[in-house]
Write a protein that binds this ligand. Structure first.
Ligand code: COA
Length: 316
C-alpha cells in the first residue's frame, strides 16, 4: 500500500491559552510548561462533517483520483452529532463516492488502525484504492468546567488516499484493558425499565499522569519492537509521526528511542490534541511543506483510551 494524496481541514477559530483564562483558573505559562500547547482550533459555525468533507476532497485532489474510483472509505471517529449513520457514510455521498464505508471508534490511536485495515483490504485484493479519513471534535467530549482536560484538545480532520503498490512494512496494534484511566460515558435514551443511577452521562474522565506514563512506555516499546521486526534502525527513519497529545510525551518517546529532535515533527503547539486526526494532520502538513520525499521511511504511532496503541512503518 502507498499513500498517493493527503488533505486536512481545521476550524478557523484560533483559541490561545490566554483566552482559556476567561473560563477557569489557568495560565499560558502552566499550559505551555506541562503540554507545549500554545493555541488550538475549535469549531464555531463549522460542523465536523464540513471538515471531514473538505479534508477528503483535498486528499482526493492531491491523489489525482476521482471519488467514483474509490473502493472503500475507512474512517476513524470518536464522536459526532450522529450515533448513526457512520460519518464516512455521510461524507461518501457529499464527495460523490459510491463505495462501501466503515467507521471505527478506537480513540486517538484510530488512524493507525484504519491504515492497517486498509493494508489488509489491499493485500487480500478486496480493494485497490481507499480513502482513509479521520475527523474529531474532542473539545466536545471534555467538560469546559475542567481545566485539567479541556486545555488539551482541539478539533480537526484529515484524510489520505492509499492504493496498491509501495511498501507498508509492518504494524503493531495493542489493547490493554485499562478502561479507568480514560473514558467518557454517555446516557442513552431512557426506557421505562431503567433503574435509576445505572446510566450515567459524564464528560471525559482522565487520570492524566497514568495516561502520560502508559503513553510513553507503551509507544516507545511498540516502536522499538516494530524497528526490530523490520530490521531498521532509528537513524533510517526520516520522521516519527507521533500522536500529538503533549509535547512532553513526544519528548519522552524521542529520548527513550534515542532519536534526533528533527525526526519528531510536531503540530501539538498549534492544534493541541486533535485525537485520531493528529497524526494525519501532521502527515498532510509535512507533505504539503515538501518535507517528505518518495521512499522516505516513516513511523506512525498513537495511543488512546482502551488503553490502545497503534504503530506502523511505511515507505512514503
Ligand atoms: N491550569 C493550571 N493548573 C492546572 C491545570 C490547568 N489547566 N490543570 C491541572 N492543574 C493543576 C492541578 O490541579 C495540580 O495542582 P495541585 O498540585 O495543587 O494538585 C497541578 O496542576 C499538577 O497537576 P498534575 O496532574 O500533576 O500535572 P501533570 O504534570 O501530570 O500534567 C497533564 C497534567 C494533564 C498535562 C498531563 O498529565 C498529561 O498530559 N497527561 C496525558 C494526557 C493525555 O495525553 N490525554 C489524552 C490521551 S489521548
Amino acid at each position: 500500500m502507498k499513500i498517493i494524496g493527503t488533505g486536512s481541514a481545521l476550524p478557523k477559530k484560533v483559541v490561545t491559552n490566554d483566552m482559556l483564562t476567561e473560563f477557569y483558573d489557568t495560565s499560558d505559562e502552566w499550559i505551555q510548561a506541562r503540554t507545549g500547547i500554545v493555541t488550538r482550533r475549535i469549531m464555531t459555525d463549522e460542523s465536523l462533517l464540513d471538515l471531514a468533507i473538505t479534508a477528503a476532497q483535498r486528499a482526493l485532489e492531491a491523489s489525482g483520483l476521482k471519488a467514483e474510483e474509490l473502493d472503500y472509505i475507512l474512517c476513524s471517529n470518536v464522536n459526532n452529532n450522529y450515533v448513526f449513520p457512520s460519518l464516512s457514510s455521510m461524507v461518501q455521498g457529499k464527495i460523490g463516492a459510491t463505495c462501501p464505508c466503515m467507521d471505527i471508534r478506537n480513540a486517538c490511536a484510530g488512524f493507525v488502525y484504519v491504515m492497517d485495515l486498509a493494508d489488509m483490504y489491499i493485500k487480500t485484493g478486496r480493494a485497490k484504492r481507499i480513502l482513509l479519513l479521520t475527523a474529531e471534535e474532542p473539545t466536545r467530549f471534555c467538560s469546559w468546567k475542567q481545566r485539567e482536560t479541556s486545555v488539551l484538545f482541539g478539533d480537526g480532520a484529515a484524510a489520505a488516499v492509499v492504493e496498491e503498490g509501495g511498501e507498508y512494512l509492518g504494524a503493531r496494534v495493542t489493547t490493554i484493558c485499562n478502561t479507568e484511566v480514560l473514558y467518557q460515558r454517555r446516557r442513552l435514551e431512557p426506557t421505562p425499565f431503567e433503574v435509576e443511577g445505572v446510566y450515567i452521562d459524564q464528560p471525559m474522565v482522565m487520570q492524566g499522569r497514568e495516561v502520560f506514563r502508559m503513553a510513553v512506555t507503551n509507544c516507545s516499546k511498540e516502536i522499538s519492537t516494530l524497528l526490530e521486526d523490520t530490521g531498521y534502525k532509528i537513524e533510517d527513519v526520516k520522521f516519527f509521526l507521533l500522536h500529538q497529545a503533549n509535547m512532553r510525551i513526544i519528548k519522552g518517546i524521542e529520548q527513550y528511542l534515542g532519536g534526533k529532535p528533527e525526526q519528531f515533527p510536531t503540530t501539538v503547539q498549534k492544534y493541541g490534541n486533535t485525537s485520531s486526526a493528529s497524526m494525519a494532520i501532521l502527515l498532510d502538513e509535512l507533505v504539503r511543506e515538501n518535507r517528505i520525499e518518495r521512499d522516505d521511511l516513516l513511523v506512525m504511532s498513537g495511543f488512546g483510551a482502551g488503553f490502545t496503541t497503534g504503530s506502523c512503518m511505511l515507505k512514503y
